[in-house]
Design a protein. Sequence first.
Length: 205
Amino acid sequence: MKPFRTHRGRVAPLDRVNIDTDQIIPKQFLKRIERTGFGEFLFHDWRFSAEGKKDAGFVLDEPRYKGASILVAGKNFGCGSSREHAIWALADFGFRAVISSSFADIFANNGTKNGFLTVLLRENEAADVMRRAREIEDYQLTIDLERCEVRDDQGFRANFPIDEFVRHCMLEGLDDIGLTLQHEPEIAAYESLHPVPSALQPSKP
């Protein structure tokens, strides 16, 4: 998993509340077995008409937000079903973090396991970032996980809370497998004291 320490990027504003995971990545696109390739279907039902034509008015398709790597959205982001594909779609599209005043717990937890940061700000702070992203051309933010801080070049600065264990995992790029492998010497020592019974060993050709 890619570590998250300090990230600076363009901000795209999605001024909607209660954005659920089916809106982030509709269910008809969940048949893929890889974790990649979901980005093209991100917010599909908002970006395309029923006939498959792109809605040029959707914010993520506006030229000024092309290449944005930080999304700021309304409260209760990521609600609905627990599909991890929502994180995969956001990351595959190019986002590294989402800013909101509240997140669904499962969505935030899925983000942690994929190196994707959910930045929790106060409602007035998230609204301020939203306004700046709409009004300032090429608006960019720095998300500093080491300091638990969000800042821009126009004087905005805010701290965000995060569980210390989650922060450690994100900083070091440790998912569940990575955490387990940190104890590889202890695991090997344990296995050396508990050899596999001969009846369970694979037969020789």
